[in-house]
Design a protein around this ligand. Structure first.
Ligand code: B12
Ligand code: SF4
Length: 567
């Protein structure tokens, strides 16, 4: 319910209180996005994939005697009682959350509550949040104490900006996991490091978090995991690091400690993360991750075309067989999810076929294929602006780079790019193709040896949480009685994996669950692309007609041609 509190109930003495009631509000994402994982969340019985790690980190930086409450608009309503309770509201997130973030600001201001806005979108586009009472830009560890001091002095507006890339991760506190309603989420997140040493032209991470990865200490990270463990949570934990292996030295120091910590507690967590493909070149690192119980890695593959990768400054993906690299990761017991992009300047016709072949050869089931988007502050945006090719960014309206993107004048005809993108989606999310890749991964995943616990008992199997078992039963019922169209594919994949490689079953099942969302989402995107292609065709016809109209007085021959059926 989006009802502002009655202003009379909220104003005065509360807003002057030095130790305020702080309401943290995480704005809504667009529900129609690749990452909303809607049908999968429904099957798991949760409301959304992941919680707001940024906001609960900010919460931990606020003085201990301030009273905090969190509302995640992706999982629950913001109601008038919450607003009435608050003396100040903290909100912020990423670009697709912008419309809802602005709505939250409006609601607060209608209720007479000061609003503090921060997070990546406000940091990269502060001008769009100028209406907020406070702007806290950059990593909060570097700046929040100045906001607190200002608040305590009685100031009720201000702008505070952290020095970029300088925040020492040792200052990052244990996030306030206690504020989360854990039952709403598919998985939880933690962060070991920020930043990435590479230089990809389209990447905003290096602009926001820098190129020198900064990491927490081992003890600090273990304390954070222990805090999560102490809440009673067990299961999937995502290391949200920009590139988990960005600082290999730090990660190789940390992983054995993590392995030991996991063994001592009977492997309570299964980890996923994001890493660059050069992970595959380091068998020692792969082994360390596997033994610490990592089960999934997201890798940005972006394009199958080496020239495009070089032009996009993503050279680390070239001079290798992507299929071999990905299979080495499967061999270490981890499944791979990947990002691909269409719309690079150097792409040629045929990129769709090459991408489809690459996805088949790597056998990656879950591929986030999006359109190239010039995000604020990136090298790509700066280049396109210099070239006079930048267009207004409309991504925030639709949510992600699958349905909006190409916010620039393309070198290839835009229609051709949209058609290529459409072709890729139709091919890779054809149920038979998707399930074939899942079957392949299910068989390719190798079982890795987990360290025995200190008492010398045999290493436990990766923990199967009760929720996973319930989900498996629900999935079996759903595939057999609801998605009858998928039933043969599901059962063939399930039985083949169970019989020939039980170690791959978790990977196979979790990816088949995701198909419930991704299959539908691909159909939605294809419809959206059809709409965009039809709109381009209409404007081409109109432009043609206008051009013809302009020529008409002096070119009667055209008029007669324009009446022919062929026109
Ligand atoms: C995890 C993640 C996701 C998850 C989100 C899960 C969730 N519920 O939050 C998923 C996979 C869904 C996702 C998707 C996308 N993401 Co994302 N994501 C990340 C990632 C890797 C980590 C976020 C995180 O938890 N960080 C850890 C916390 C501690 O850091 P933080 O959020 O920056 O918070 C700090 C400060 O920003 C600040 N802060 C944060 N909030 C607030 C609020 C207030 C009031 C204050 C004062 C301060 C403050 O304080 C915190 C401590 O310093 C970031 C990169 C990054 N390093 O942060 C990208 C990032 C946020 N994503 C981004 C983008 C573009 C996307 C996508 C649009 C495209 C994509 N990359 O796939 C999609 C959109 C999804 C959609 N349409 O629904 C951009 C955002 C750019 C921008 N200017 O807004 C980022 C920065 C980098 C990137 N390109 O991936 N993402
Ligand atoms: S490897 Fe990933 S995080 Fe690093 S610069 Fe490239 S796109 Fe950004």
């Amino acid at each position: 319910m989006d009802i502002p509190a009655s202003p009379a109930a909220t104003l005065e003495p509360a807003s002057r209180r030095v130790r305020p009631n702080v309401l943290l509000v995480f704005p809504r994402f667009n529900q129609n996005s690749f990452w909303s994982l809607r049908a999968a969340c429904a099957l798991y019985g949760v409301r959304c994939p992941a919680p707001p790690l940024g906001l609960i980190t900010v919460a931990a930086l606020l003085p201990a005697d301030w009273t905090l409450r969190l509302v995640d608009r992706n999982a629950e309503e913001l109601n008038s009682a919450d607003l009435a309770w608050a003396d100040v509201v903290f909100t912020g997130g990423m670009i697709p959350q912008r419309p809802d973030c602005q709505q939250v600001i409006r609601l607060c201001q209608a209720a007479g509550k000061p609003v503090v806005v921060g997070g990546p979108d406000a940091t990269s586009s502060p001008e769009l949040f100028a209406q907020a009472d406070f702007l806290v830009l950059g990593e909060a560890e570097g700046i929040l104490d100045r906001f607190v001091a200002a608040w305590e002095r009685g100031e009720r507006t201000g702008r505070f900006e952290a020095v970029r890339f300088k925040v020492d991760m040792a200052r990052s506190p244990i996030p306030r996991f206690d504020l989360l309603k854990r039952r709403h989420y598919l998985y939880l997140g933690v962060q070991f490091s920020r930043g990435c040493p590479f230089l990809c032209e389209f990447c905003d991470i290096i602009e926001l978090y820098g190129r020198v990865p900064r990491s927490k200490s081992d003890a600090q990270m273990l304390a954070e995991l222990q805090a999560l463990f102490d809440t009673g949570y067990r299961g999937h934990v995502d290391f949200v690091d920009d590139n988990f292996i960005g600082n290999k030295k730090a990660i190789k120091r940390f992983l054995p400690v993590l392995e030991q910590w996991q063994a001592e507690r009977g492997h309570p967590f299964m980890f996923s993360t994001e890493a660059s493909i050069n992970l595959a070149d380091d068998p020692e690192l792969l082994g360390m991750m596997a033994r610490a119980n990592f089960f999934a890695v997201f890798v940005g593959i972006e394009s199958p075309d080496a020239d495009t990768l070089v032009a996009a400054q993503k050279k680390q993906n070239t001079r290798r067989s992507l299929a071999d690299s990905v299979h080495r990761i499967y061999g270490a017991g981890m499944m791979v999810l990947a990002g691909f992009i269409v719309g690079f300047d150097t792409e040629e016709r045929g990129v769709a076929e090459a991408m489809i072949d690459c996805i088949a050869a790597t056998a990656i089931p879950v591929c986030m294929v999006g359109m190239l988007t010039a995000l604020p502050g990136t090298q790509l945006t700066r280049r396109l602006a210099r070239e006079g090719r930048l267009l207004p960014f409309e991504s925030e309206a639709s949510g992600d780079q699958c349905t909006a993107g190409l916010n620039f004048t393309t070198l290839r005809p835009r229609r051709e790019i949209l058609e290529d993108y459409r072709k890729v989606l139709l091919a890779i999310y054809r149920p038979a193709a998707f399930f074939e890749r899942v079957r392949h991964v299910g068989l390719a995943i190798r079982k890795h040896a987990l360290r025995a616990d200190p008492a010398g008992r045999a290493p436990p199997l990766p923990r199967v949480a009760r929720r996973d078992l319930v989900t498996l039963l629900k999935l079996m019922a759903h595939m057999t009685f609801v998605r009858i169209d998928l039933a043969p594919l599901f059962w063939r994949t399930f039985v083949a994996t169970a019989r020939r490689n039980p170690a791959g079953l978790h990977a196979a099942v979790s990816q088949m669950v995701l198909f419930l969302h991704l299959g539908r989402f691909a159909t939605f995107v294809v419809r959206e692309l059809d709409r965009q292609i039809a709109a381009l065709d209409r404007s081409a016809v109109l432009a043609g007609a206008r051009a013809q109209g302009r020529r008409q007085p002096s070119a009667p021959a055209c008029r007669s041609r324009s009446r022919s059926p062929a026109s």
